[in-house]
Design a protein around this ligand. Structure first.
Ligand SMILES: [Zn+2]
Ligand SMILES: [Zn+2]
Length: 178
């Protein structure tokens, strides 16, 4: 028995990003089985990995009961505490090679579109430019930066993580690897 997933304004399609998957597991927060489980990272007072379902993230009950946070480090614009909590406490996070980061732009949280590689990024020149600036800021030479951008892979490192600003629609991305 599966039903429509809750709407996550900052993570529009979590099944496509691997953060939510079909499962018959009961949610540890409410004990119900509704056909999906959250697969992403959880920072909380208990180990809740693969034990929460999306509805208890969306309505804030998991955050309230377990002091749970899901989305990792926030980068970019300063935003209100209310926005921070909407993202960090009521949005499914995603798994990355390092601790995940979440973009803020135009005073709001950006929407996470998923992990991407060089092929996927070809359609998002604005995101490639952000990734290029990021790698140049690491002090890398231009040819090393271009090799890095060409080596980005959705499934193996280095991987880029693609976001879209909910206000100006600019695409943003960062990359990580171990
Ligand atoms: Zn629950
Ligand atoms: Zn923006």
């Amino acid at each position: 028995m599966t039903e429509a997933l809750p709407v996550f304004p900052y993570h529009p399609d979590p099944p496509s990003t691997g953060s939510i998957a079909p499962s018959a597991t009961a949610c540890v927060c409410c004990g119900r089985v509704r056909g999906y489980i959250y697969k992403g990272p959880v920072h909380a007072v208990a180990d809740l990995s693969d034990l929460l379902y999306p509805w208890c993230i969306a309505d804030g009950s998991a955050a309230q009961r377990y002091e749970a946070h899901f989305t990792g480090e926030l980068i970019g614009d300063e935003v209100s505490l209310e926005v921070v909590l909407s993202v960090d406490a009521r949005t499914p996070g995603f798994s990355a090679w390092q601790d995940p980061q979440w973009f803020f732009h135009c005073g709001d949280g950006a929407a996470f579109l998923g992990p991407v590689g060089a092929t996927d990024l070809a359609a998002f020149p604005d995101a490639i430019e952000v990734l290029r600036s990021e790698a140049l800021a690491w002090g890398w030479a231009a040819d090393k930066v271009e090799n890095h951008l060409g080596a980005l892979d959705k499934d193996s490192q280095p991987t880029a993580y693609l976001f879209r600003c909910r206000t100006c629609s600019t695409h943003l991305a960062y990359a990580d690897f171990t």
